[in-house]
Design a protein around this ligand. Structure first.
Ligand code: ZN
Length: 134
């Protein structure tokens, strides 16, 4: 079973400008900014109530994020659900026929192990499972 929506990922072209806008929108600045070199992204995290907003900007022209922006423009990039046991959930979803992009969880931003499900199998939405590393 998946948990709450942990965060919503939003693709942006200019992280600094987006940080300012989201700070004005949410009334609070980012609590964390982090680059994930292996994914070619720079991220910012905002806490909003029980949930979070993650802004993502490509840092290399050939990263998946750069390709996403080129194809679809800025906007909703992924929906992330918190899970307590990511390996168990991946197994459950694979058995249920979902296409998992990386069955072996990888290290994501904000101290998480993450797995992505293909948007084609989820009505056009890229789904992230994330488990807090304790
Ligand atoms: Zn995310």
């Amino acid at each position: 079973m998946l948990g709450k929506i942990e965060h919503i990922g939003i693709a942006v072209k200019d992280l600094e400008a987006a940080n300012k806008l989201y700070e004005a929108l949410l009334g609070v600045g980012p609590y964390k900014q982090e680059e994930v070199v292996s994914e070619g992204v720079a991220t910012s995290f905002f806490q909003t109530g029980d949930s979070k907003v993650e802004l993502l900007m490509a840092t290399t022209p050939d990263s998946p994020m750069a390709k996403f922006i080129a194809k679809r423009g800025e906007g909703l990039h992924h929906l992330a659900f918190a899970v307590e046991d990511i390996d168990k959930e991946v197994q459950r979803l694979v058995e249920a026929g979902f296409q998992v992009l990386n069955e072996q969880p990888k290290l994501g931003a904000d101290n998480k192990r993450i797995v992505f499900l293909h948007p084609k199998g989820a009505h056009g939405v890229l789904v992230e499972l994330c488990q807090e590393i304790s």
